[in-house]
Design a protein around this ligand. Structure first.
Ligand code: FES
Length: 398
């Protein structure tokens, strides 16, 4: 049915559609339906479920921070890497001594580099961080990895965001902004970037040379470095306060993108609220994984201790035991049970599971479930803590 035919139809004409369709089927060629249409093949290329890569290069940023350049692992069948919008992250699938865990890392490489078969991620050691410690100590040139396609929603959207974006970064939260800055310089993103980047000292600034180089070539990128523990000429001193934001904010309307540690989110959010900036102009990258239920301000009183989780995965039933201070996902992984996950922050929905029985707690600021999920008992195990023994249903094993 062509558009003109449709627009000239009234409701009664729809009754004739059946006979028109029958005639079209009858007149159609009898060649068999293809196993795969070109559009399906394209969708698979753009959104592969898994990609296989190798570590091609390692750049030491400081003693506890490294950038890993990843390239296609052709022997494992990955001939090209999925393209992405700057700001996305990939999930790395790890197996640490029988523990099937995932970790999400923002891409610092540009979308253009992905077309050349290259991604880059930067991993910083986190105190007590299982995944980051394992990665920093074990990945070497040639290490083979399994990763997801680029994921996430932290990206510039022309219809929604203002022409200028005030980007606020802290520590290794700078990585998605490097990808965005490269994409602006490449002409793949169409916005102006004012970057307020908070670090402790000048020596701990990540990617300063890269940002300075990009800014020297592209007038749409303006980095400002803010040092909290050092006073130095050419750098701002202190924290990213309302006064500092007002000093650099553009005259016209602007959006704000924030990525950094949780403590920075909390601080900057209050400063922006005091400025009266509407929430719709503010976008956050993920908060990151939460480890300690009792440390969350809205956690209800509960008896801390060991809990048992019964997991239904398709026709299988497994059991896991762990601490009520761990998320459900962490407990399952520690018991060797591999379930779907990507962001580990309640944002992507990959871990979506059904709570058959028991009581749980999910921190309000990571609450991204739909109303129907809340009503019918669905949870995100990556950001939900058990308050009692539980029984859950997981859609499939990873
Ligand atoms: S892993 Fe993304 S919502 Fe749970």
């Amino acid at each position: 049915m062509v558009k003109n035919e449709l627009s000239s139809l009234n409701a009664f004409d729809f009754l004739k559609l059946s006979s028109i369709r029958k005639k079209k089927f009858k007149d159609a060629a009898d060649t068999p339906i293809p196993n795969e249409y070109p559009v399906n093949a394209l969708a698979r290329r753009l959104h592969p479920v898994r990609q296989f890569v190798k570590v091609d290069k390692i750049i030491e940023r400081d003693k506890d921070c490294k950038t890993y350049v990843l390239v296609c692992n052709r022997e494992k069948g990955t001939e090209e890497l999925a393209y992405f919008a700057a700001g996305k992250y990939i999930t790395v699938f790890l197996n640490i001594e029988g523990m099937p865990i995932t970790r999400a890392y923002s891409l610092s490489s540009s979308p253009k580099e992905s077309l050349q078969g290259k991604y880059a991620i930067t991993v910083k050691g986190v105190q007590g961080g299982l995944g980051s410690r394992y990665t920093l100590d074990n990945w070497h040139v040639g290490s083979e990895l399994e990763i997801s396609a680029p994921e996430g929603t932290f990206e510039y959207v022309g219809l929604r965001d203002a022409e200028t974006v005030l980007c606020i970064a802290g520590g290794s939260g700078i990585t998605p902004f490097l990808s965005m800055a490269k994409a602006i310089a490449d002409g793949d993103e169409d916005f102006n970037m004012i970057l307020l980047y908070g670090s402790r000292t000048a020596d701990s600034i990540l990617f300063k040379d890269e940002f300075d180089d990009l800014a020297s070539k592209c007038s749409r990128i303006k980095p400002v470095y803010v040092l909290s523990h050092e006073q130095k000429e050419g750098f701002e001193h202190g924290f990213i306060t309302r006064e500092l934001i007002e000093k650099y904010e553009p005259k016209n309307a602007y959006s704000v993108f924030i990525c950094g540690p949780q403590v920075m989110f909390n601080f900057v959010d209050k400063e922006l609220a005091a400025m009266g900036l509407e929430k719709k102009y503010i976008r956050h990258e993920l908060f990151g994984e939460i480890h300690d239920a009792s440390a969350q301000e809205d956690c209800p009183d509960h008896e801390k201790g060991s809990v048992k989780i019964t997991v239904h995965i398709m026709d299988e039933i497994k059991t896991a035991e762990g601490s009520s201070d761990d998320t459900i996902l962490q407990i399952l992984e520690k018991n060797g049970i591999a379930v779907p996950s990507r962001c580990r922050s309640g944002e992507c929905g990959w871990c979506h599971s059904y709570l058959k029985s028991g009581k749980v707690y999910a921190p309000k600021r990571l609450e991204n479930r739909r109303k129907a999920d809340l009503k019918f008992g669905y949870i995100h195990p990556c950001c939900t803590f058990p308050l009692t023994d539980l029984e859950i249903e997981v859609p499939y094993s990873r």
